[in-house]
Ligand binder design. Structure first.
Ligand code: GLN
Length: 474
C-alpha cells in the first residue's frame, strides 16, 4: 500500500470506498515503522496489538454500515510524555524506564473515543528539554529527509514519524517551540494552541505555565481536524478553557483584507540568509493572496529568551521533584534515605535535565528569586503586553520559525547555549500564551524552512487558514 503523504481525508476516502480495510492500513503503517525504526528511531514503543485491535473495531463499524467520525480509523502516534493507559511512558528518560501509564491523558481519551488508531509512543528529548531530539535516553531521532541531520525537538519522534509516513498525524507538546521547530525542520504543519485550549491532564509537566499539546501533520486541514477532537474544556485541568470551535470552518476563507505584522526584532543579523530569503518570499506570496503586511515592533523581544530560560527551569525544577524513586521513577537502593534520593536522581536523569533542575533551583532560591525569578515574571507581562498592543492593529504576526534549517546531529549537542539560541523565535508565543503555527514555506539549502504565524489568543483558526491558503496557491 502506498502510504506517501496520506492525509486524514484520504484515509477516510480509502476506508469508505473499500480500497483497504483499517486493519490493512494499520498493518501497512506498522510494517513501515518496523522497517524504519532502527534507522530513524522515531518510536520508543510500538503497540501492534492495541493498534490492530482498534483497527478491527473500526472495520466492524464500517461493516455494520455506521458513519465514521472524522478521525476514526486514522493511524497516529503520541509523544512519550503523554499517557496512554497500559503503554510505557518514559518521556525519553532513563528514570521512567519500565513505567507503564495507568490512565489515559485527556487528549488520548478523546482520540480513542473518536476512533483514532494509536500506533505507539514517540521518541523525544528527555522530559521535552531540548531542540534536537538528542537528549533522549533512547538515542537520537534522525531526520528522515537527511539522516545525518536532527529532526528538531523536543517532539523529534512525532515529527520524524509524520514526515517519514510512519503515521498520518502525531501529537507533540510545546513548551518553547517543541512542536513548531521540529515541524519546520521536517517540512510539516505544527500547531501550538493557545495556553489552556488543550487539556494538559496526563501530559508529564515540563513547565506547567508554558506547556501545550498540539498536532504535527502534513496539512493545515489535518491539524484542524485533530484540534476539533483534542481541544476543549476538561474538568481535570483547571487551566483548560471553556470554548468550542470548529477549526475547519475558516480554512477556505480568503486572506484578502487581513493585516499581518512583521516584527523587526525577529528579522535579525545572524540568521541564515537563505532561510530569511525563503521566509520573505513566502510573505510576498501571502501578500499576493490579498493580505497586507506592515512592520511592527515587539520591543521586549530581546528579553524573551532569557525570560524563558529563567521561568522554564524554575518550573522544571519543581515539576521534576516528584521523580525521586519514591513517588515516581525507578528505585535504586542505597544505605539511607538521602543517599537513595541522590542516587536515583543522579543515575536517572541525563545532563540536560540536571542542568535545568540546578538552574531552576538557583533562580528560585532565597536571595536570588527577586533578582531572577520575580524579574522574569515582570518581563513576561511586558512581553505579553507588546503582543496585545500590536494585535490592536494586526490580525497575525509572521516570523521565521527558526533562524536556520535542520542542523547536523552532534553539531550543537555539547554547546547548550547555542542550542538554546535556536529557540529565539518560538519561545515568545509560550511566554505570552499565544497560539502559533509553523508551516512549510519552501526550501533553503535543500531543506524545509518554516514560516511561523502567531495569533491572538483563541485565533488558531486564522493561523490554520493562512497555512491552508498558502499551500493551495503554491
Ligand atoms: N527547545 C526548547 C527547550 O529546550 C523547547 C522545549 C519544548 O518546547 N518542550 O526548552
Amino acid at each position: 500500500m502506498e502510504l506517501k503523504d496520506f492525509t486524514i481525508n484520504q484515509v477516510h476516502d480509502g476506508l469508505k470506498n473499500k480500497k483497504f480495510t483499517c486493519v490493512e492500513l494499520t498493518s501497512a503503517y506498522l510494517k513501515r515503522i518496523n522497517e524504519r525504526n532502527d534507522e530513524i528511531n522515531a518510536f520508543i514503543t510500538i503497540d501492534e496489538t492495541g493498534a490492530l485491535h482498534q483497527a478491527k473495531e473500526v472495520d466492524d463499524k464500517i461493516a455494520s454500515g455506521q458513519a465514521l467520525n472524522p478521525l476514526e480509523g486514522v493511524p497516529c502516534a503520541i509523544k512519550d510524555n503523554i499517557l496512554v493507559e497500559g503503554l510505557p511512558a518514559t518521556a525519553g528518560s532513563k528514570i521512567l524506564e519500565g513505567y507503564t501509564a495507568i490512565y489515559n491523558a485527556t487528549v488520548v481519551s478523546r482520540l480513542k473515543d473518536a476512533g483514532a488508531v494509536i500506533l505507539g509512543k514517540t521518541n523525544m528529548d528527555e522530559f521535552a528539554m531540548g531542540g534536537s531530539g538528542e537528549t533522549s535516553y533512547f538515542g537520537p531521532t534522525k531526520n528522515p529527509l537527511n539522516t545525518s541531520l536532527v529532526p528538531g525537538g523536543s517532539s523529534s519522534g512525532s515529527a520524524a514519524a509524520v514526515a517519514d509516513d510512519q503515521c498520518v498525524f502525531a501529537l507533540g507538546s510545546d513548551t518553547g517551540g517543541s512542536i513548531r521547530q521540529p515541524a519546520a525542520f521536517c517540512g510539516l504543519v505544527g500547531l501550538k494552541p493557545t495556553y489552556g485550549r488543550v487539556s494538559r491532564y496526563g501530559l508529564m509537566a515540563m513547565a506547567s505555565s508554558f506547556d501545550q499539546i498540539g498536532p504535527l501533520t502534513k496539512t493545515a486541514e489535518d491539524a484542524a481536524l485533530v484540534m476539533n477532537v483534542i481541544s476543549g474544556e476538561d474538568n481535570r485541568d483547571s487551566t483548560s478553557i471553556d470554548r468550542e470551535d470548529d477549526f475547519t470552518a475558516d480554512l477556505n476563507q480568503p486572506l484578502k483584507g487581513l493585516v499581518f505584522g512583521l516584527p523587526k526584532e525577529f528579522f535579525i543579523k545572524g540568521m541564515d540568509q537563505n532561510v530569511e530569503r525563503v521566509v520573505l518570499e513566502a510573505i510576498n506570496r501571502l501578500r499576493d493572496l490579498g493580505a497586507s503586511v506592515k512592520e511592527i515592533s515587539l520591543p521586549h523581544t530581546k528579553y524573551a529568551l532569557s525570560t524563558y530560560y529563567i521561568l522554564m527551569p524554575a518550573e522544571v525544577s519543581s515539576n521534576l521533584a516528584r521523580f525521586d524513586g519514591v513517588r515516581y521513577g525507578s528505585r535504586v537502593e542505597a544505605g539511607n534515605l538521602e543517599d537513595m534520593y541522590l542516587k536515583n536522581r543522579s543515575l536517572g536523569f541525563g545532563d540536560e535535565a540536571k542542568r535545568r533542575i540546578m538552574l531552576g533551583t538557583y533562580v528560585l532560591s532565597s536571595g536570588y528569586a527577586d533578582e531572577y525569578y520575580n524579574r522574569a515574571q515582570k518581563l513576561r507581562t511586558l512581553i505579553t503586553n507588546d503582543f496585545l498592543s500590536e494585535f490592536k492593529d494586526v490580525d497575525a504576526i509572521l516570523t521565521p520559525t527558526t533562524p536556520h534549517s535542520a542542523f547536523a546531529i552532534g553539531e550543537k549537542f555539547d554547546d547548550p547555549l547555542t542550542m538554546y539560541l535556536s529557540d529565539i523565535f518560538t519561545v515568545s508565543a509560550n511566554v505570552a500564551g499565544l497560539p502559533a503555527l509553523s508551516f512549510n514555506a519552501g526550501e533553503a539549502n535543500g531543506l524545509p524552512v518554516g514560516l511561523q504565524v502567531i495569533g491572538r489568543h483563541y485565533e488558531e483558526s486564522l493561523l490554520l487558514r493562512v497555512a491552508s491558503r498558502f499551500k493551495d496557491h503554491l
